[in-house]
Design a protein around this ligand. Structure first.
Ligand code: ACO
Length: 398
């Protein structure tokens, strides 16, 4: 007797084009209208709520960017102060969230999985949480404000330390760094993180944003939409790992190793991490912004050695990739300088994806709310390729 545990699939799936209107991976399919962000891969352009990324990311505080996405306008001084204060008032975690984090830390669950589990508990109220009559607005504020608290608290619990309470005087970005390290961060480090969070806040209808929109389109709630979006983001094809790009720079170690190291990788048929992109065919605008932010941060720190080495790696990689795949325009992508920037902020690689989530959650929430206002139930069709005329056999005769 054989025991079959896995679902079997037919091995003769039709290819795109054989089934009318079937587009593998929905590539190129327009599935929503949005005012939130526009990604144009042909000219290397990312627009966030009307602003080219380059005009926004290096100047705005993260609170300003979120306000812009959520309200479709930049806040004035009073609106910004009010938004900052409201967010700060939501930072503390419900008791049940802390209990959960303590339990999962004992099992050494990864920080991104801990964040996914803890996010589910954010429908619960925290002690002293401001009263809000609109539960949608309350959930959006609780999710945005509490992700840094969860990630920082979990980092301490993994090290068997007690988490630090948030500091309501600090900005969203500065408070995250403070809760991680126990030190109020320098202006340069805060600016570096603000720029990173602004840069990753939204990026068209990527897989996690689409997931969130699908969930909210059933008239489900924001917490459910965001938990689903984290599940989509954590996969290696999406929120993936800027870690390997950093590992590559560390393995290279010094300038004279760059070319032999990279050439050997290409000769072995391996990919150079942090280069190439599915959508951006001329350049990834996020890479240029993050390179500038990382440079300012390392300069302020006074040690440019790693940044200079990374720049040399980048130049050589682009030259070798052009020789390796002529005309394919394989340029630096967002992951290369993300790795450098987050490392410069003192974050370990397992915090890279959770920190990405701390920025992207604002975009997910903006999309979910936009879909609530204007969208329709998302319900595509599948092309049936199974059998049609099977005969039923009673169990005892199978
Ligand atoms: N190193 C070496 N060769 C590469 C690289 C690379 N980084 N990127 C693409 N190529 C090769 C491909 O193998 C392909 O070769 P082929 O025509 O012989 O098959 C050719 O160049 C063209 O590739 P594209 O079609 O432009 O790349 P694709 O869209 O399939 O993949 C991807 C895009 C996954 C980002 C790819 O460039 C890659 O693997 N890069 C390295 C990993 C990485 O940096 N990932 C993060 C991306 S940013 C983000 O997702 C947020």
């Amino acid at each position: 007797m054989t025991t079959q545990t896995a679902l079997s699939t037919t091995n003769s799936l039709p290819q795109a084009g054989q089934v009318p209107n079937f587009v593998v991976g929905l590539e190129g399919v327009i599935a929503a209208q949005t005012r939130l962000s526009s990604v144009n891969g042909q000219i290397g352009e990312l627009i966030i709520a009307g602003f080219p990324l380059e005009a926004l990311a290096l100047k705005a505080t993260f609170e300003e960017t979120v306000y812009l996405l959520w309200h479709d306008k930049l806040p004035n001084r009073a609106e910004l102060a009010d938004f900052r204060q409201t967010l700060a008032d939501f930072r503390s975690l419900p008791e049940a969230t802390m209990t959960l984090l303590r339990q999962v830390a004992r099992q050494k669950v990864s920080p991104i999985d801990a964040l996914r589990m803890a996010a589910s508990t954010l429908s619960l109220q925290a002690a002293g949480e401001p009263a809000m009559s609109d539960s949608n607005q309350r959930d959006a504020l609780a999710l945005l404000a509490r992700f840094p608290t969860i990630v920082a608290a979990y980092t301490h619990l993994l090290r068997e330390q007690e988490p630090l309470p948030p500091d309501s005087q600090l900005s969203h970005a500065a408070n995250y760094l403070y809760m991680l390290t126990g030190q109020p961060p320098s202006e340069a480090l805060t600016r570096g993180l603000e720029t990173y969070l602004n840069t990753v806040v939204d990026h068209g209808l990527n897989a996690s944003t689409f997931t969130g929109r699908v969930i909210i389109s059933t008239q489900s709630d924001l917490v459910s939409a965001i938990v689903g979006a984290i599940g989509a983001l954590k996969g290696p094809l999406h929120g993936g790992a800027p870690g390997p790009a950093l590992d590559m720079v560390f393995e290279i170690g010094q300038a004279e190793n760059i070319e032999p190291y990279l050439q050997a990788k290409l000769n072995r048929g391996e990919r150079l991490m942090g280069f190439g992109h599915r959508v951006y065919k001329v350049h990834d605008p996020r890479a240029a912004v993050l390179a500038q932010a990382a440079q300012a941060m390392y300069q302020a720190d006074g040690d440019m050695a790693l940044y200079t080495l990374a720049q040399q790696v980048e130049q050589t990689a682009i030259r070798l990739l052009e020789a390796h795949k002529p005309g394919r325009n394989l340029k630096t992508n967002v992951e290369f300088y993300t790795a450098l920037l987050l490392h410069g902020l003192g974050l370990s690689t397992d915090l890279f994806t959770p920190t990405f989530t701390i920025g992207r959650v604002a975009g997910w929430l903006a999309h979910a709310i936009e879909h609530q206002e204007t969208g329709r139930l998302i319900r595509p069709k599948g092309a049936y390729i199974g059998q049609k005329e099977r005969q039923w056999t009673p169990l005892e005769r199978r």
